[in-house]
Design a protein around this ligand. Structure first.
Ligand code: FPP
Length: 257
């Protein structure tokens, strides 16, 4: 088996361990109601709460939410500012619940470029929830796969120059340790709401073998049932990792387990 290719398996009847979501459609949700875009984002935060709980209840172990991309800085300053304020408020409000529900918070992305208040709340929440192991919420903030790869390549090159890595030994296993997701499992299922069918620079490498589910539902309208439906769709998929159906369906010899 090529390095790092996961064992072929059917996803049949399985709950995805790691679900990642591109939360799209807040703006259209607001527009349809004649409301300002920020109202859509505010409603989107409510969905974040619902889905965080629902995923845990469904048996998902890790939930990654694409909350702000590197490209989102190009939005009107008022919307960017509003999103940052919403994020800070959400983190402040949610800390108690995270601790109570034993939710570990993590981030991916260049969080050092976020406003100081957001960074403060993130540090606080990450520190206070660091000991929880059952369920992790990962917020992708100022995240983009391409910047992530550039950052990792830079760090990898520095490690090679320092003699900590050998260029000849380069592999996905060694390089991926320099990504922001180094200690996180790859997503099993990536969902995008709002009917758009693209990945928009989200977990492009980590999602190499992820199952993709696209739903027309706008993020503020996305419910527990919609998440359950996406997980049910995942459970119907066959993950082959380049192999044939026959190979996937062949019983695994106990010695190779
Ligand atoms: C995409 O909808 C959504 C975003 C760019 C931001 C997502 C943010 C939230 C759900 C709220 C803050 C998050 C947390 C975790 C507290 P869009 O604005 O692109 O919608 P549109 O395509 O309909 O315009």
């Amino acid at each position: 088996m090529p390095q790092n290719a996961a064992r072929p398996e059917s996803a049949q009847g399985k709950v995805p361990a790691h679900v990642a979501i591109i939360m799209d459609g807040n703006g259209r949700w607001a527009q349809q109601r004649g409301l300002p875009r920020l109202e859509g984002h505010r409603r989107g935060v409510e969905t974040v709460r619902t889905v965080t709980n629902a995923a845990r209840e469904l048996g998902v172990r890790m939930l990654t939410l694409y909350a702000f991309s590197v490209e989102n800085w190009n939005r009107p300053p008022a919307e960017v500012g509003g999103l940052m304020r919403l994020l800070e408020f959400y983190l402040k409000q949610e800390l108690k619940t995270f601790v109570q529900d034993r939710v570990r918070l993590r981030t991916i992305g260049r969080t050092d470029e976020l406003p100081a208040g957001v960074q403060r709340q993130l540090r606080r929440t990450i520190t206070e929830t660091a000991g929880f192991t059952d369920y992790t919420l990962v917020l992708a903030l100022n995240y983009g796969s391409r910047t992530e790869v550039v950052d990792a390549a830079r760090a990898y090159a520095a490690a090679v120059a320092a003699g900590e890595e050998k260029l000849n030994d380069s592999s996905w296993a060694t390089f991926s340790r320099y990504l922001g997701t180094a200690d996180l499992p790859d997503p099993d299922l990536i969902i995008r709401t709002s009917g758009e069918t693209r990945l928009s620079n989200f977990l492009l490498l980590q999602g190499a073998y992820a199952e993709l589910v696209f739903t027309p539902v706008l993020w503020p309208d996305f419910t527990r049932d919609d998440l359950a439906a996406a997980c049910a769709e995942y459970a119907r998929r066959e993950r082959r990792y380049g192999r044939t159906t026959e190979q996937v369906r062949a019983p695994v010899h106990p010695a190779s387990k």
